[in-house]
Write a protein that binds this ligand. Structure first.
Ligand code: AMP
Length: 295
């Protein structure tokens, strides 16, 4: 496993091109957990895996947790070592963003809602770093977690609208036994907060069950989500949205995102379920259509 600590080190990336396996990028901010590792393991099915580890300053707002976001490169490398990863790209912020007031990527319409509404500038920061990582590594495939569903959709809009030559794949969320989506930020929770954090996945499951029973009113589904999130200290949003445009539908059918963001103590947690609701029932589905990033 090659450790690449700067853009210059990318000269040591595995060869890509005719006759070579595809290069598959798994971007992360480190503090790796079983969710990240599952992305890496599945990424191998598409080719040679490169993992990036970079805590991106551009996607944190003022007062957010950039300075104390967990960082432990040695631990992350030890976790990746057994996973047949060809290279880890772990630059520092000065190497990635040496210019002040540099050019950024302005997100498209999917960034207006949900996290985009409550975290101004967040998706601009995400797109700027993802664009840069895609240019630097030039993977044929990039793998993302469905846990950050809106991020996947916002990146898919960029890839479509700016013609990035990359295929995007979104993979399922890995959860703790009680349903809590794994997240590097779960480490911030006290024991008591950790117990309450279970309400987030429970609320989404309750809304999914209501859909399975035939409930199609977005207002009613939103009420179910909100009522089950009573254990949270704050509900930032709890929504039923259409995929991929994230508009609230008149009727909850078709490709849907059930999504919520809450605060438990000082920790902000997000989670979602992606489903397809049709006359024959409800099933869990990816966000992006297999093989393209334009759905
Ligand atoms: P992060 O390090 O939080 O930026 O996440 C890096 C990648 O891992 C993103 O594509 C996330 O969506 C994905 N990810 C984070 N948590 C999970 C999880 N619990 N299950 C699957 N993927 C995840």
């Amino acid at each position: 496993m090659e450790l690449l600590r700067s853009r210059r080190d990318l000269a040591r990336l595995p060869a890509r091109g005719a006759g070579q396996p595809a290069l598959v990028l798994v971007p992360t901010m480190g503090a790796l957990h079983a969710g990240h590792l599952s992305l890496v393991e599945q990424a191998r099915a598409w080719g040679t895996v490169v993992v990036s580890i970079f805590v991106n300053p551009l996607q944190f707002g003022p007062g957010e947790d950039y300075s104390h976001y967990p960082r432990d490169l040695d631990r992350d490398l030890a976790l990746l070592q057994p996973l047949d990863v060809a290279a880890v790209f772990a630059p520092d912020a000065a190497d990635m963003f040496p210019q002040q007031d540099a050019v950024t990527v302005s997100p498209g319409p999917a960034a207006k809602f949900l996290c985009g509404a409550s975290r101004p500038g967040h998706f601009q920061g995400v797109l700027t770093v993802v664009a840069k990582l895609l240019h630097l590594v030039q993977p044929q495939v990039a793998v993302f977690g469905r846990k950050d569903a809106q991020q996947c959709l916002v990146i898919a809009e960029m890839v479509r609208d700016l013609d990035f030559p990359v295929r995007l794949v979104d993979l399922p969320t890995v959860r703790e036994p009680d349903g809590l989506a794994m997240s590097s930020r779960n480490a911030y929770l006290s024991i008591e907060e950790r117990r309450r954090a279970g309400c987030l996945s429970e609320a989404l499951q309750q809304a999914r069950q209501a859909l399975a029973r035939g409930e199609r009113r977005p207002d009613r589904l939103r009420e179910i989500l909100r009522s089950r999130l009573a254990a949270a200290d704050q509900v930032e949003y709890a929504e039923v949205c259409r995929v991929p445009d994230l508009q609230v539908p008149h009727e909850a059918t078709g490709h849907l995102l059930l999504a919520a963001a809450v605060r438990i103590g000082r920790t902000r947690l997000i989670d979602n379920l992606v489903v397809r609701v049709s006359a024959t029932g409800i099933r869990d589905v990816p966000l992006l259509a297999a093989g393209d990033s334009e759905s």
